[in-house]
Design a protein around this ligand. Sequence first.
Ligand SMILES: *Cc1c(COP(=O)(O)O)cnc(C)c1O
Length: 441
Amino acid sequence: MQYKAYTLHNFRNLPQIAKLSKEQQKSIEVVGSVLPFKTNNYVVEQLIDWSNIPNDPLFITTFPQKEMLKPEDYKKIEALYDSGADSQAIKEAANEIRLRLNPHPAGQLQYNMPIFEGEKLFGIQHKYSETVLFFAAQAQICHAICTFCFRWPQFAGMEELKISTREIELLAHYVKAHPEITDVLFTGGDPLIMKAELLAGYIEPLLSKDIPHLRTIRIGTRALTYWPYKFVTDNDADILLNLFKKVRKSGKHLAFMAHFNHPVELETDVVKEAIGKILETGAMIRTQSPILRHINDSSESWAELWRRQVALNCIPYYMFVARDTGPQEYFHIPLAEIWQIFRKAYNSVSGLCRTVRGPVMSCLPGKVQVLGVAEVRGEKVFVLRMIQGRNSDWVHRPFFAAYDENAAWFDDLKPAFGEEKFFFQDELDSILMPGEKEPVY
Ligand SMILES: *Cc1c(COP(=O)(O)O)cnc(C)c1O
């Protein structure tokens, strides 16, 4: 199948759009002017159930919805359209709204970018000691864009917020100089938007014998959901699969970190075939997804997602809480409810599905897991732990936050038992003091 993208400029050419009301069509345009919008022929033809509009989860996954903007913001952009304003005026109004949507949550820009031999490495994030993230310049887009994407500013034309680099040599150099690094995680956007030959240019230098401490290449991708043909019929499919084999032959683990939100994404013949081909190379597929209102906010949906993954030889890995950015209010679910959904789903599946860890918030101090709600000496609390921490000594220590039925993100939580701060707060402050105290590697 030939890939075809649909964006603001051509979505009206899709015959399926005629099924939407005029109001719905307009809202795609209005919201799509602020938040990035891109879908494709596979999503439209094989994933979305057009008899289930507007509630279809895969429709909501790529098509902007009116409620994703605050009513006053929506009205503002709508009025510009109605008055025939030019694209520059719309862009300016959109930018003003975007800047209010917390475009870089969890200190991604300020705190995670290492300095190496006096140079800032714009394409690298190094937050946890074992794993570095790498953002290849050519991977800063995806086969389709999720409406809830937490990296949405990269795709919304806010150029100054882009994180990317071409400098693969610097990456290899950096990894070599840091024996604590065992994993390099290629992310984006989607690294598999790149032609296989280009991706090979990034990965192969890391396979050399003189970086023995590097054990794992990870690829964070949504290609299995948005373009499984990449592994089956695209003209670089064989080169890509051979690259995976090469990673394995070098003695390293290839961890394919696949993002699936909903069981429907695992239902088509082509995705099953693609998974089979990836696994044949010796790579392993681990799966992760945020939990989102309107898309996968039920325990049945999660239990089925994990069961299908295991049936297809994929390993459930993370359930994330949606970050506090972009149209978060549309998608967010209170932590207490998320925990109930997680628990009910987890309780109803085999132990082989219970490799999943969650619900997890990737926030400033680390990856914080909500273990549950409990009562300690008459006080209702959230029991939390870190699965990753800026300081690895924080990991796996239980700690407690006061129960708050509306809390939807880590920043909404306060320490339990009347304490002033969480146990890691002073150390976190000393790591993160602005200016002089950026972590230096
Ligand atoms: C999640 C994450 C990682 C990887 O963590 P694992 O628990 O090893 O999967 C690495 N870096 C950052 C910034 C992350 O958010």
